[in-house]
Structure formats: structure tokens, C-alpha cells
Design a protein around this ligand. Sequence first.
Ligand code: ZN
Length: 151
Amino acid sequence: MIVIKILLGSVMLIISDNLIKIIKKQGEKGYPFEICGFLIGKIDFENDIREVYEVFQVENQNKERANDRFEISPKDFLKVEDYSSKKNLEIVGIYHTHPDHPNRPSQTDLMFAQPDMSYIILSVKNGKAEDWKSWVLNDEGKFVEEKVKII
Ligand SMILES: [Zn+2]
């Protein structure tokens, strides 16, 4: 089933400190390569809020440029979608790391970005997780920083 979601106005991502710690750990372990995964949770359409309940790491399929590219296989996407729906949850976003690069989205990130998803980017410098930000596409198809509430 294809669900078309239209979100207008500002959005906010809610995520626990513990899940952030997990992403940071994965990012450090995967260094100097990009790691990636899904943010699974619930969407509150009325208030434009996405809340993350779980993170689900998948393999970075880009082996040639894994230091500055990530790619998720359709198979993994379906697997996580299936996993989420069984738990009555949905994919609310994608996270990945930028080894030795700022946590701003790249041109490639923009090319593959989908609307209504949160994109967490974590910068990992010299093997150590640093700052992260969450990004969303605005109505003009450009990335803007998303408000985040850490619980
Ligand atoms: Zn990126």
C-alpha cells in the first residue's frame, strides 16, 4: 500500500538520548566509513511531530565510496518496513554518519532525500562521534534543519 503524506508547516523530531548514544556508538564503530540506518517510530500528523522509538542499522551498500557515500538496498528497506509495521510503527527517518565531515547534507543526500522524513546526520571526527543534526526537506525541496527535542 502506498501512503501519500502531506506535511505542512514546521515539524519536530523527538528522540531519546539513549537512541542518540546508540547511533553514536555505531558511527564510531563504523569509522572511517559511513554507517546508516532507519529511525522507526510514530508520526503525529496533527502536530507535525515524528517520535523515534527505535533505531535499526542496515548495511551501507556503497562499498566503493563508503567513506563519503551511503546506500540502502531496497531489500533492507522492505525488511525494516515489514519489521516496523508488525510493531505498529513506521519509518520516520534515516540516519547516517559523515566521517571527518560536517553534519550538513551533501548533494548526494539531497538527491536521494524523500519528503516527510527526518534525516539525522552525525559527524564523526577521527573516530569520535561529534555533533549531529536532523534535516527535513522544505516545500521547495531544500534541506532545512529540523527542531529536535531530546527526551
Ligand atoms: Zn550524507
